[in-house]
Ligand binder design. Structure first.
Ligand code: FEO
Length: 399
């Protein structure tokens, strides 16, 4: 079997992007892949394409198996440009008999590329198309990640082409989940979930239930980013179930920025107080932690304690920017509190509280403000405040 072969006649032919480091605000330190899949049957079928800049890799990989012009059907599971950027060039080259997409997929393709004369074949949930010996079944997955998104399930081989779902931004020439350390794959899967899919958690819960009801005999899950799940597919489904239910650990994140180290000293003392109540507390200085890594930690932590000094009657810009990013991802079921030093006006704690209330974070108390540089007594006060937070976290949670 070739190294990129999923089963007899089914190949991964997408592209590895070793260089990408930013995915609209998500820091992709490990690059990514844009996966596409070729099915050799009576109707030769390409499932998804790649980002425009990676078109040559896609065509090269296909040409190692067949002449790309022999492709009959193009399946578009998702129209975001990392998967569709080269579609116009691919359609010009292969002149497909069908461009298969969801109803919303057609709308999105037209709004992106304005080509009314493409041979659209619109498929709704449950529709099937025969490729010859094999059958593709389609499942619309609206908002995972866009309204147009769908899964394609290759029935005879039990392969679920899952588009963005179950993916990871992880560049590698290894195609499968048993060819890289599982811890690395799961970490990148959690980061991907926290930064791309978190806000769709209620829909993901519904999707997991409806997938179970379909009773598909899934042997492999082939997402459009990262490795294909063939050995550990149950682990990623279980993780999606846990993340989408909002199950986290009794742990506190103390996320702060600091001007002249006073808020930092407060953060350290508060952490010691929380730890004194037997709750792990992690200090996260936003000067040295990327927002997307912090979101990954929030996914799995119960309490979010925010700290900022007051600057110009407001909060420090780094924490403001982080909170705008966090708000969009809609984490649920978190406990929160605020703290910070100030000189004269001292609005930061109130602003942090308001922002957390907007995110429906359950606030513990009104927060702690200290003037200028904390004294020893002030540090003791921060420690006690940490203990108070720790006690409240223990009271409000069971595990
Ligand atoms: Fe990988 Fe929503 O695109």
């Amino acid at each position: 079997m070739k190294k990129n072969q999923l089963a007899e006649g089914i190949y991964s032919v997408g592209a590895v992007d070793w260089d990408v480091r930013d995915f609209h605000g998500y820091s992709t330190y490990k690059g990514t892949t844009y996966n596409a899949f070729l099915i050799i049957d009576e109707k030769i079928t390409l499932v998804d394409t790649v980002k425009y800049s990676q078109k040559e890799q896609l065509l090269y990989n296909i040409s190692q198996i067949i002449d790309p012009k022999k492709i009959d059907y193009l399946v578009v599971n998702h129209v975001e440009l990392d998967h569709s950027g080269c579609i116009p060039d691919i359609i010009d080259l292969i002149n497909p008999e069908k461009v298969i997409c969801s109803p919303m997929g057609e709308k999105a393709l037209l709004a992106h590329f304005h080509q009314e004369d493409w041979p659209f074949e619109i498929v709704k949930s449950g529709a099937e198309i025969s490729l010859g010996a094999r059958t593709l079944q389609f499942i619309e997955t609206r908002m995972l990640h866009w309204p147009d998104s769908m899964f394609s399930y290759l029935k005879e081989d039990g392969i679920l082409f899952s588009s963005d779902a179950f993916g990871q931004h992880l560049a590698s020439t290894s195609c499968f989940d048993d060819q890289l350390p599982l811890g690395d794959i799961m970490n990148e899967s959690a980061k991907y979930y926290a930064n791309i899919l978190y806000l769709f958690s209620p829909l993901i819960q519904k999707l997991l239930k409806s997938l179970a009801e379909l009773n598909l005999d899934i042997k492999m899950i082939a997402p459009d980013h990262g490795v294909i799940w063939r050995t550990h597919k149950d682990k990623i489904i279980k993780a999606y179930d846990k993340w989408s239910k909002g199950e986290d650990s009794k742990k506190a994140l103390i996320i702060y920025d600091t001007m002249w180290h006073s808020t930092e000293k407060m953060a350290q003392a508060i952490a010691r107080g929380i730890e004194a109540e037997n709750i792990p507390a992690e200090l996260i200085n936003l000067k040295v932690n990327h927002r997307s890594d912090v979101m990954t930690k929030i996914l799995e932590s119960r309490a979010v304690i925010l700290g900022s000094p007051t600057l110009n009657n407001g909060i420090l810009p780094r924490i403001g920017s982080f909170l705008i990013y966090m708000k969009g991802l809609k984490p649920t079921g978190k406990l929160g509190a605020a703290f910070g030093s100030f000189g004269w006006s001292g609005e930061a704690v109130g602003i942090l509280n308001s922002m957390m209330e907007e995110m429906k974070i359950d606030l513990i108390g009104d927060g702690l403000r200290l003037k200028y540089i904390p004294t020893e007594e002030n540090i003791a006060e921060c420690f006690e405040y940490g203990r108070t937070l720790g006690k409240a976290i223990n009271e409000k949670t069971e595990n």
